[in-house]
Design a protein around this ligand. Structure first.
Ligand code: COA
Length: 261
């Protein structure tokens, strides 16, 4: 990864830990951060060594405290559409990322930061995490997919309430609402994220990818088409070495060694 100012990538075996590193501004997303995130996810998508990605923020206080309000304050209608589109494109590439992406949310996930976490496939949070969409209080709306993804995750009523009030939700409540799957101590956040991702990366990588494919495809297609697609992927997996390995390992009472093909 070359020439990155605000995003760091570290490795833990086959897991890439991507950290948004702008702690003095609570990791707020300016155009450069968004562009670097896009660059990093593009490069990781093509890297066969990567089996999962953890996305987190630098510092104790925030995952990401939103889009950079200093930048947003200067936009007009034309540049506003571009700001929204640029963010949406990068967040969509995260949602469509071919390997699992887990957001490890330590502290504030507000506005664009919350939307970023929503674009990830899974979320866990530390006890000090806070989720909210303050946009309407700034005279704008969530523009990075939040008006779409939040309702899908927690249902229309609660999504509308969060969007229109801007009220923040604490970590434990976020877990109850299904916004995050686990709440852990701040000090353990990264290790817990790695443990969860490690459970997933030990599974058949092609199967994991196809499962994500099928789940996300179903959101956009009528039921019968989604079922047909699921069957096609199910059949496709029967031709993989991983399926043979997974089933032989079970029958031989040993751990599978998946190759991702
Ligand atoms: N955009 C730009 N700068 C931001 C920011 C954002 N979204 N969120 C925080 N910052 C900056 C602050 O301006 C401050 O910079 P400074 O030290 O140069 O003045 C620095 O990050 C620290 O934030 P601060 O407000 O001093 O921390 P706090 O602990 O008092 O408050 C928050 C934390 C998250 C409650 C508060 O920063 C906040 O409300 N941020 C904006 C959240 C928001 O509306 N996001 C949606 C944008 S669409």
């Amino acid at each position: 990864m070359s020439d990155l100012s605000f995003v760091r990538v570290e490795w833990d075996g086959d897991i890439a830990v991507v950290t948004i590193d702008r702690p003095e501004k609570l990791n707020a997303l300016n155009a450069e951060v968004v562009s670097e995130l896009g660059q990093v996810f593009d490069e990781l998508a093509d890297d066969d060594e990567v089996r999962g990605v953890i996305l987190t923020g630098s510092g104790e206080k925030a995952f990401v405290a939103g889009a950079d309000i200093g930048e947003l304050a200067t936009m007009d209608s034309v540049s506003g559409v571009k700001v929204s589109r640029d963010g949406q494109t990068v967040f969509r590439s995260i949602e469509r990322f071919p390997k699992p992406v887990l957001a490890a949310v330590g502290g504030y996930a507000l506005g664009g930061g919350f939307e970023l976490a929503l674009a990830c496939h899974m979320r866990i949070a530390s006890e000090n995490a806070r989720f909210g969409l303050p946009e309407v209080g700034l005279g704008i709306i969530p523009g990075y997919g939040g008006t779409i993804r939040l309702a899908r995750l927690i249902g229309l009523g609660r999504a509308i309430e969060m969007t229109l009030t801007g009220d923040q939700v604490k970590a434990e409540r976020a877990r109850e609402m299904g916004l995050v799957s686990r709440v852990v101590d701040r000090a353990d956040l990264l290790e817990e994220a790695k443990a969860l991702m490690g459970t997933i990366t030990a599974k058949g990588p092609v199967a994991v990818r196809m499962a994500l494919e099928s789940i996300y495809r179903a959101l956009d297609t009528p039921t019968q088409e989604a079922l047909d697609y699921e069957s096609a992927l199910f059949g496709l997996l029967a031709s993989t070495e991983d399926m043979k390995e997974g089933m032989s390992a079970f029958l031989d009472k040993r751990k599978p060694e998946f190759k991702g093909r």
